[in-house]
Design a protein. Structure first.
Length: 76
């Protein structure tokens, strides 16, 4: 469940709840890639890459942030 570079703070993977010593409560049946991006005009244009037939889009924090998904598997 843990994928990607380690943090710049130098914390090891064992510091993550998904590192050594973590006992999941059951079988993992799904995982997601979560990207947190600054809300800019450039990041807003990324919405065009989502499937419009299943797009879910919510503005939060009085429009200062957005949560966007299309519930589709990425090509990678």
């Amino acid at each position: 469940l843990w994928e990607g570079p380690l943090s710049e703070s130098g914390r090891t993977q064992e510091d993550s709840p998904f590192g050594n010593g973590f006992s999941p409560p059951g079988t993992c049946i799904s995982g997601i890639r979560l990207e947190i991006r600054k809300w800019t005009q450039a990041s807003e244009q990324l919405i065009a890459g989502f499937d419009p037939t299943s797009l879910c889009y919510s503005l939060v924090e009085r429009g200062n942030a957005a949560i966007i998904t299309d519930f589709r598997q990425d090509g990678d």
